[in-house]
Design a protein around this ligand. Structure first.
Ligand code: SF4
Length: 323
């Protein structure tokens, strides 16, 4: 049996000698190939003509089971990795394979394990958690059912209900992924973020990234200021510093976080702009082009990066009144 590892993961496991700008602190593994679903932005979608070894803009070379498992116990892996994450394409066989991989990984390391995007029923979520998986992430991807219908198969509402039900049954163990830039407004995103955190579901934010061969290959990435405002909203809601009902919006754009930007910057500094999601997950260059300003920083920001990120937020919320 073989498994795909993100290129950065392969380097940490000693399986590839490549130069990377930042090492992943989570081992990212892909199980299955060519999804049953047909998401318009995904390289693994049923009708995508992208390379089979791509997910987002990362390449995922394949390795034999034994080399991969040996890689997990290398000194470099032991000092660098904080988590293992299985990204599972949407098909039943891949989920079954994932369970076998979870058992194999658990025999080599005590690191916490996530499974992302696999399960479709509460029973499947339960089976994964019973195997000792720490987080199960069911990707909503889109902020609203309407956006979901334009870009993905299946039903947003079914996924939201499954997440909600599972979060009630397994508090602290459910997570989701949201993609900024599929056509939603900031208000849509903020209201959903609040609803998810109120249910105890944690969120990892992604910036939409056009991939050649997908149906959305011609769509641009979100504007940085738009992404920064959503990051600040996400961080504020997650930490309880702000609530969605105290925000003000104009034409769907955040114009007031309900607390001053100076106060938010003072309290949170660069935190809102670091990769969000499970602890230890930094997804280096998942959505980013090396050399350009990063949507998600895989490590702490420099003081200059902190100022530049907040400058986006300040410049574009200057329509605020009386803040
Ligand atoms: S947040 Fe990171 S570690 Fe957690 S499920 Fe998503 S990609 Fe995996």
């Amino acid at each position: 049996m073989k498994i795909r590892c993100s290129i950065g993961t392969a380097k940490v496991l000693g399986l590839k000698r490549v130069k990377v700008d930042a090492l992943p602190t989570t081992a990212y593994l892909m199980v299955g190939e060519r999804c049953h679903f047909n998401c318009s932005f995904c390289a693994q979608a049923r009708e995508s003509s992208s390379r089979a070894d791509l997910l987002s803009r990362i390449s995922w070379p394949e390795f034999e089971r034994e080399s991969f498992l040996q890689g997990l116990v290398q000194p470099n892996a032991k000092t660098t990795l904080q988590r293992i994450c299985f990204q599972v394409v949407q098909d039943k066989a891949a989920l079954e394979d994932t369970k076998e991989w979870v058992k194999a990984v658990k025999s080599k390391t005590q690191l916490p394990i996530c499974v992302s995007a696999g399960p479709r029923t509460l029973e499947e979520v339960t089976e994964l958690l019973e195997l000792g998986v720490e987080h199960v992430s069911i990707a909503l991807d889109a902020a609203t059912p309407e956006i979901y219908a334009q870009s993905k198969d299946g039903s947003w509402l079914d996924r939201f209900e499954l997440l909600s039900e599972a979060a009630k049954r397994f508090p602290g163990h459910m997570a989701t992924h949201l993609i900024v830039g599929l056509g939603e407004s900031e208000e849509d995103m903020v209201r959903l973020l609040q609803a998810l955190y109120d249910k105890g579901i944690s969120v990892a934010l992604f910036a939409f990234t056009p991939i050649k061969g997908t149906r959305m290959e011609g769509v641009k990435q979100p504007e940085m200021a738009h992404y920064r405002r959503v990051q600040v909203a996400h961080d504020g809601i997650q930490t309880g510093l702000v609530r969605a009902d105290h925000f003000r919006f104009r034409d769907g754009q955040i114009i007031d976080f309900g607390i001053s930007i100076d106060m938010l910057q003072q309290r949170r500094s660069g935190e809102p702009f670091q990769t969000s999601g499970c602890t230890g997950c930094n997804r280096p260059y998942y959505n980013e082009t090396p050399g350009e300003e990063l949507y998600n920083y895989p490590k702490s920001l420099t003081p200059e990066e902190v100022e530049a990120a907040w400058a986006h937020v300040r410049a574009t919320t200057d329509m605020r009144e009386g803040v």
